[in-house]
Design a protein around this ligand. Structure first.
Ligand code: PLP
Length: 435
C-alpha cells in the first residue's frame, strides 16, 4: 500500500462518489456527510456550476506563477472576497489552506510591526483549547497539547489564555459579566507579557474542532476588540472553519459586528473543490510593508487559477442559493432537534452552536460537568457507530487533550428538513447503541 499514512482508524474506507450531502463508498454504501468532511464542503459535493467553472478555467490555463502573472480568476475572487469583508479589509493574499493562511497573517503582522518601528512586538496570544493549524508557526498558536508537545523544541510556543467555556465554569454565557470576565484575561495576559512585546491575538469567532462549536459569551468579542485597540495589538480572526456561511453569516464575526485587522479563511471558500485559503488584511497594514520593501513571504501555488476559479464559483453559489440564510434557518432547527436528543439521552451534557456549526458534548454527569472516562474513547467509538449507520460526523477531545469528548454536526449548507430528520435518526440510533 503506497498510502502509508492512511489514518482511518484501522478501517479502510474508499470513497467512490459524492453528490450534494451524500457520499458513496466503493461497495455502494451511501453516507450522509454530516460534517462536510472536516467542515469544508459548505456548498455540498459535485455542484455542477462549480465543476463547469473549473472546466472552463482548465481549458484556459491551469497555472501562472504569482510573480509573473495575475489571473482573471484570482483578481475576480479577490474583489468578490474583499466585498464581503468589514470595511477596510481589502487586501487579499491567496494560499492553499488554513495553516498557510495563519502563517501568512502572523508574518504580515510581524513585518508590519517592523515597518512601523515596533520591532519589539512578536508574540501572538491565542486561546486554549484552540486549533490554528499544523505548520510550526500556526502550531505555536494552537492550544492543544497532544498536537503541540512533540514539536515544542522546534518552535517558540506562544502565550495562551483560557477559551471562554462558560458551560464548564458554571457561568451564564448570556450575562455580559461573563464575556467581560474572559475577555479581561487577554488584557491581564498582555500586561503580564509586556504590552510592547505583543503583536497580535488570534481567535476563532465560534470555536471549531478543539472546543466543539463554542459560541462566545455576550460581549466577549467586542471587548476583545477594544482591548486589542487599547494595547495596539492586532486582532486576527481565524475564520478558516467559521467563514463562507458556516455559522449563518458570511463571516462568523459578522454576528457580533466585530471588525478584526486580519481575517484568515480556507475550508468553505474552496468547499473541497480545490485547495484554497486566503488572508485578508486591512489596507492600513499592507501599505507600510510594501513601502518597506515588500512582503517576504509566498507559496508557489498561491493564487492558483484553478483553485481561484473554483473559489469564485463557490462564492457565486453561496450567494445564488442564499446559503448563509439557509445555514441560519436550518442551523436553528438542527440545534433545537439536538436539544431534543439531549432530553432523551442522558450521556449528552451540552448542546451548542451557531448556524450549521453545531456540536454536543458527552458527559458522565451533567450537574458536575464530569467527562466520560478517557479510556472509553467515546469520541472515536461514537463516530464509528454512526459511520456504520451511514452517518458521517466529526469528533474530538474537548478538554485540553486530557478528557472530554464532543461531536460536531456540521452538514453542507444546502441542508433541508428531510436531511435533518435523517441526521437526527442516525444520531438517535447511534446514541442508543453507544450508551
Ligand atoms: N484554523 C482553524 C480554525 C481550523 O479549523 C483549521 C483546520 O481545521 C486550520 C486553521 C488549519 O487549516 P488546514 O488544515 O487547511 O491547514
Amino acid at each position: 500500500m503506497s498510502n502509508l499514512f492512511y489514518q482511518g482508524r484501522g478501517r479502510k474506507r474508499v470513497l467512490d462518489q459524492a453528490r450534494g450531502v451524500y457520499m458513496w463508498d466503493k461497495n455502494g454504501r451511501r453516507y450522509l456527510d454530516g460534517s462536510s468532511g472536516a467542515m469544508v464542503c459548505n456548498i455540498g459535493h459535485s455542484n455542477e456550476n462549480v465543476l463547469a467553472a473549473m472546466q472552463r478555467q482548465m481549458e484556459k490555463s491551469t497555472f501562472g506563477y504569482r510573480l509573473h502573472f495575475e489571473t482573471e480568476a484570482s483578481e475576480r475572487l479577490a474583489a468578490r472576497l474583499a466585498g464581503k469583508m468589514p470595511g477596510g479589509l481589502n487586501r487579499v493574499f491567496f494560499v492553499s489552506g488554513g495553516s498557510e493562511a495563519v502563517e501568512t497573517a502572523i508574518k504580515l503582522a510581524r513585518q508590519h510591526a517592523l515597518a512601523i518601528g515596533e520591532g519589539s512586538r512578536w508574540k501572538i496570544i491565542s486561546r486554549a483549547p484552540s486549533y490554528h493549524g499544523c505548520t510550526l508557526g500556526a502550531l505555536a498558536t494552537t492550544g492543544y497539547a497532544p498536537l503541540t508537545e512533540p514539536f515544542e523544541p522546534l518552535m517558540r510556543v506562544m502565550p495562551k489564555i483560557p477559551a471562554p467555556r462558560a458551560y464548564l465554569d458554571g457561568l451564564d454565557p448570556a450575562d455580559p459579566e461573563t464575556g467581560r470576565h474572559y475577555a479581561d484575561m487577554l488584557a491581564a495576559r498582555i500586561e503580564a507579557e509586556g504590552a510592547d512585546s505583543v503583536l497580535g491575538f488570534i481567535v476563532e469567532p465560534v470555536g471549531g474542532a478543539s472546543t466543539g462549536a463554542l459560541v462566545p459569551p455576550e460581549g466577549y468579542l467586542e471587548r476583545v476588540r477594544a482591548i486589542c485597540d487599547d494595547y495596539g495589538v492586532l486582532m486576527i480572526m481565524d475564520e478558516v472553519m467559521t467563514g463562507a456561511g458556516r455559522t449563518g453569516a458570511f463571516l462568523g464575526g459578522d454576528h457580533w459586528g466585530v471588525r478584526p485587522d486580519i481575517v484568515v479563511m480556507s475550508k468553505g471558500i474552496g468547499s473541497g473543490y480545490a485547495p484554497l485559503g486566503a488572508m485578508i488584511a486591512d489596507d492600513r497594514l499592507v501599505g507600510p510593508v510594501l513601502d518597506a520593501g515588500g512582503f517576504a513571504h509566498g507559496f508557489t501555488y498561491a493564487g492558483n487559477p484553478l483553485a481561484c476559479a473554483a473559489g469564485l464559483a463557490v462564492l457565486e453559489e453561496i450567494d445564488r442559493q442564499d446559503l448563509c440564510g439557509n445555514a441560519a434557518v436550518m442551523g436553528d432547527r438542527l440545534l433545537a432537534r439536538l436539544h431534543g436528543l439531549m432530553q432523551r439521552h442522558e450521556i449528552i451534557g451540552d448542546v451548542r452552536g451557531k448556524g450549521l456549526l453545531t456540536a454536543f458534548e458527552f458527559m458522565a454527569d451533567r450537574v458536575t460537568g464530569a467527562p466520560l472516562p478517557r479510556a472509553l474513547n467515546a469520541y472515536q467509538r461514537f463516530v464509528d457507530i454512526a459511520y456504520d449507520r451511514g452517518l458521517i460526523v466529526y469528533s474530538r477531545r474537548t478538554r485540553d487533550g486530557i478528557d472530554g469528548d464532543h461531536v460536531l454536526v456540521c452538514p453542507p449548507l444546502i441542508l433541508n428538513e428531510s436531511h435533518i430528520d435523517e441526521i437526527i435518526d442516525g444520531l438517535d440510533g447511534s446514541l442508543t447503541e453507544f450508551a
